[in-house]
Design a protein around this ligand. Structure first.
Ligand SMILES: [Zn+2]
Length: 318
């Protein structure tokens, strides 16, 4: 019996994956690359509802992760980056209609300096009645081009304004533009957030790192069914860890827990290639000149994925 229970438990850990999604603008056709129409949002939400997905608050997912509980397969977390007015004007009522919780990651300066496209403090107060407000930096800078001191200064300013104006202390952080490096991640982690959300497509399983949670952007006509079918791959990245100094990626070394032999690797600007695994491990030697200072490496084994963003960091790797 004990053995059977173990088997069942092991199986559920292997296969259970939740998904975190991020939206940006709503019903704002001026910016098609970050916009979701109200019609599409309703389509997404109806799909989730009709297919038995449970939209849970981010906090519930993080609590389960930290308690090392099994993550239910049908859990979905919804987030919105950047406090655009269009969320307040077009998105919020649909979230309310479906009674879906959400986390809004606030670009503080935009509200503080009254940028026209962004919510006011009063609108944020209204939004906070229905979802949680989290932190997305004060000035929405490219963090890999900011020194540690500049980042800390930005955070102190943003966090104290959120405390002063809304009386909140955000627990979670998302990177502007989804951009980070090892240095940036370590700095943000040490700042005291309970979880950090990136913008790398993927899924969340019980082995996911709470300080590097994959989150998929939904934009335009999103293929939600396909995105939801993706699973998290339990993988340890040995190489690359950082953007190579000479801009040439020489090795991809990843250890996984799979028994599969065939996999696919993607590198920005170079596309997909078939690769062979040895005992679940990928050890690929290449001389790939990186074509972008922001490149993605992705390993896909039968729709289970793990990926890493490598970005040139002006301030080094530590
Ligand atoms: Zn943003």
């Amino acid at each position: 019996m004990k053995y059977l229970l173990c088997l069942f438990f092991y199986g559920s850990i292997l296969w259970a994956d939740a998904h975190i999604f991020v939206y940006h603008r709503f019903e704002d056709n001026r910016y098609p690359s970050t916009n979701t129409s109200v019609e599409q949002l309703r389509k997404d939400f109806t799909y989730l509802k009709e297919n038995g997905y449970k939209v849970v608050p981010l906090e519930k997912l993080i609590t389960a992760l930290k308690a090392k509980e099994t993550i239910p397969d049908k859990w979905v977390v919804l987030s919105i980056d950047d406090n655009y007015k269009s969320f307040y004007e077009h998105g919020l009522t649909i979230f309310q209609e479906y009674n879906y919780p959400f986390s809004l990651f606030v670009f503080v300066e935009a509200t503080h300096k009254k940028y026209p496209d962004y919510t006011t403090w009063d609108e944020l107060r209204e939004i906070a009645k229905y979802g949680s407000l989290e932190f997305h930096t004060y000035a929405h800078g490219h963090m890999t081009h900011m020194s540690n001191a500049q980042i800390l200064q930005d955070f102190d300013k943003g966090m104290s304004l959120l405390k002063e104006k809304l009386n909140i202390k955000p627990k979670y952080f998302s990177y502007p533009y989804g951009e980070y490096s090892m240095r940036v991640k370590n700095l943000v982690k040490n700042y005291g957030f309970e979880a950090i959300i990136n913008q790398n497509m993927g899924a969340i399983a019980s082995f996911s790192d709470a300080f590097d949670l994959d989150r998929t952007a939904l934009v335009g006509k999103s293929d939600l069914a396909y995105t939801l079918s993706r699973k998290a791959l339990n993988a340890q990245w040995l190489e690359p860890q950082n953007y190579p100094e000479d801009g040439i990626l020489k090795k991809i070394t990843i250890q996984t827990d799979t028994k599969e032999k065939q996999a696919k690797v993607y590198l920005t600007g170079h596309g997909w290639r078939d690769v062979t695994l040895q005992d679940g491990n990928l050890d690929l030697t290449l001389e790939a000149k990186l074509l972008h200072v922001r490149s993605r490496v992705l390993l896909d084994i039968n729709n289970k994925i793990t990926n890493k963003l490598i970005i040139k960091d002006t301030y080094g790797t530590q």
